[in-house]
Design a protein around this ligand. Structure first.
Ligand SMILES: NC(=O)c1ccc[n+]([C@@H]2O[C@H](COP(=O)([O-])OP(=O)(O)OC[C@H]3O[C@@H](n4cnc5c(N)ncnc54)[C@H](OP(=O)(O)O)[C@@H]3O)[C@@H](O)[C@H]2O)c1
Length: 245
């Protein structure tokens, strides 16, 4: 049995990833907060002959995450771990801290308990969900961009630090993908794609052990360029981007 754990599997990209991975011979650990939506994903994965365990837990609950991950791993060693759960928004101050708790601490609560287990086995794959929004500070969403910037830099660093232990680390940086996050956006989203298409791109990238899985490419190039421009120029562009509600 191939053990795969995905956080944020109750919706959007996480749900589509679960379905993309679901097949005979796969044991899945699916994590989310909404029991009904999580169970719906599990049902769809079981229909594709995967074995599925669901766990309703908030990724900010460090002990709760560790308990589930250790228990799952003792039954079926985790080969692929996808730290996908996250929230978006435009807040600062307390709202920014709440977002960091999910998008940063939540990722650490997902990967920290599993890294030593994978190190002991000398193999494993970790995928961390960043965003093209994490390439540069964004006035439209300072906390979201910062949280995804953390994921990008930490993931890229971990990749080098863990490769000698046989662990592959990739950072996923999508543009605009249909989900409950983008359902809340009231502005035009270039190169908008379905979660199913995003999941196919992500799984193909992970199978090739890509360091950065950034897509769609025109937006990935634009984000890279924005970060490379002198600040006076990129600030001018960033000020014109629509604000997240
Ligand atoms: N959609 C995009 O355009 C886009 C672009 C770049 C990056 N991303 C990233 O992709 C990831 C998935 O988001 P999505 O777009 O698929 O949005 P989504 O449909 O809102 O899904 C978010 C998932 O994360 C889970 N989640 C959120 N907070 C959680 C918490 N505290 N504890 C446990 N689970 C939690 C949700 O679970 P419940 O619903 O059960 O609460 C849900 O399953 C996020 O990290 C997001 O930042 C999305």
């Amino acid at each position: 049995m191939k053990g795969i754990v995905i956080t944020g599997a109750s919706s959007g990209i996480g749900r589509a990833l679960a379905l993309e991975y679901a097949q005979k011979g796969v044991a899945m650990g699916l994590i989310g907060r909404d029991p009904a939506r999580l169970e719906e994903t599990a049902r769809a994965c079981r229909a594709k002959h995967a074995q599925v365990q669901t766990h309703v837990v908030d990724v900010t609950d460090r002990a709760g995450m560790e308990n589930f991950l250790m228990r799952f791993d003792s039954i079926c060693p985790i080969e692929v771990l996808v730290a996908n759960a996250g929230v978006s928004g435009g807040g600062i101050g307390a709202a920014a801290r709440a977002m960091f708790a999910i998008n940063i601490d939540g990722v650490l609560n997902t990967i920290d308990p599993v890294i030593p287990l994978m190190m002991k086995r000398g193999r494993g794959q970790i995928a961390m969900m960043g965003s093209l929004a994490g390439y540069r500070g964004l006035a439209s969403a300072p906390a979201y961009a910062a949280s995804k910037g953390f994921v990008k830099l930490y993931g890229e660093g971990l990749r080098g630090a863990l490769e000698t232990h046989g662990i592959q680390v990739s950072v996923i940086n999508p543009g605009f993908v249909k989900s409950r996050i983008t359902d809340a956006n009231d502005f035009a989203m270039p190169f908008f794609m379905t979660a199913e298409k995003a999941a196919r791109i992500i799984v193909q990238g992970l199978q090739k052990n890509r360091a950065r899985i950034s897509f769609p490419w025109p937006m990935a190039f634009g984000s890279w360029l924005l970060a490379a421009l002198p600040v006076c120029l990129s600030d001018f562009i960033v000020r014109k981007l629509p604000k997240k509600s």
